[in-house]
Design a protein around this ligand. Structure first.
Ligand code: NAD
Ligand code: SER
Length: 315
């Protein structure tokens, strides 16, 4: 079988950096082309090919796919929930048109696979708050959530109508130390670690008891690769899979950090992001992913906290 050649779009972002490095370990450095609108992330430099690319320029994207003999695309470019509310038209345009560009090219060039992440943001205030199921009432109230829900159905449509093997996960809030988050409502759970180490105090933009579904980045990378490597016959969900790991509030993560930094303090000044967080579920039922392709998370809150602090201390 011919070797896979992978194009990662949005490779300099929070997920893109770690996913690109993980894919290079599996497929070989030269087989994974990183691309982004912004400059190459310093952690990617020297680890494999990089091209500057605007996913909204469909012709240029198409040229790159042909020139690089691309067989798979991981599309990570997007505007996230909090930033999206500042410019809804732009968020809608980027989040949906980028996906349509990639799906069209995947169809025309018979790409083997496409990966595109959705989010817990598809759920809205009328969805169940606890253990939100795979199929339920879905009425998103953010432009980000609306664009992700529309995107899920474009994935299903291109799979059913044109046979494009596009796969997707509804990521929860992702916590990581390698590259900074890009403007989401769950970003407080990354900022808190930096501030705890640098200032020993943090002001949370979400209220103390705001529970949200969360996940440590190594689990998100593992889930993404496991989904993409699963036998196509096992993929029963062609919109996007619920994916869960942990659920905590700002008060709970602060208490966990305090076990390592006893004089750490937190206070709370909720802003516009509180309303977004309040519209989302507090925890996710991901039993379909667990049944279909064997999903299992590894990190709980205490293991994640220890790993984040250890790694940030030595950066
Ligand atoms: P990010 O903002 O950190 O990274 C996105 C990257 O896309 C950036 O490097 C940006 O420069 C690039 N980009 C933006 N516009 C582009 C364009 N026109 N052409 C090429 N590149 C462009 O985002 P992330 O957190 O890494 O998220 C990646 C994907 O995962 C997104 O679809 C996001 O919705 C989804 N997701 C993320 C989280 C999370 O907590 N990080 C949770 C759920 C879903
Ligand atoms: N972490 C993301 C956000 O807050 C969820 O998709 O926007």
């Amino acid at each position: 079988m011919a070797k896979e050649k992978i194009l990662v779009i949005g490779a300099s972002g929070q997920i893109g950096v770690e996913l690109t490095l993980a894919l290079r370990k599996i497929y070989g450095d030269a087989q994974v082309v990183a691309s982004d609108l912004r400059e190459e992330n310093s952690l990617l430099k020297g680890t494999g090919p990089y091209v500057s690319l605007d996913v909204m320029n469909k012709e240029m994207l198409h040229v790159q796919v042909i020139r690089q003999n691309v067989t798979q695309i991981y599309l990570l470019a997007a505007i996230l929930s909090a930033t999206g509310e500042k410019n809804p038209g732009l968020a809608w345009h980027l989040n949906t048109q980028s996906l349509l560009n990639v799906l069209d090219i995947a169809r025309e060039e018979n790409l083997h696979k496409v990966y595109w992440p959705s989010s817990i943001a598809v759920f809205g205030p009328t969805s169940p708050k606890q253990l939100c199921p795979q199929q339920t009432i879905i009425e998103p109230t953010t432009v980000y959530g609306i664009s992700k829900y529309a995107g899920e159905f474009w994935c299903k449509y291109y799979n059913q109508r044109f046979g494009v093997d596009v796969r997707s996960l509804r990521y929860p809030g992702l916590i990581s130390y390698k590259s900074a988050p890009g403007g989401g409502t769950t970003d407080y759970a990354v900022e808190i670690f930096h501030e705890a180490l640098e200032e020993k105090k943090y002001t949370s933009f979400l209220d103390e008891n705001t529970y949200l579904p969360m996940m440590y980045m190594p689990d998100a990378i593992k889930a993404t690769i496991e989904l993409m490597e699963a036998d196509a016959a096992k993929i029963s969900v062609r919109t996007s899979y619920n994916l869960g790991a942990i659920s905590f509030s700002p008060k709970e993560i602060a208490a966990e950090i305090k076990k390592h930094i006893p004089d750490f303090t937190i206070d709370y000044k909720p802003d516009y992001r509180q309303q977004i967080a309040d519209s989302w579920p507090q925890s996710i039922d991901d039993s379909v992913a667990r049944k279909d392709w064997g999903w299992q998370h590894e990190y709980d809150l205490s293991r994640m906290t220890e790993d984040m602090l250890n790694n940030l201390q030595f950066q």
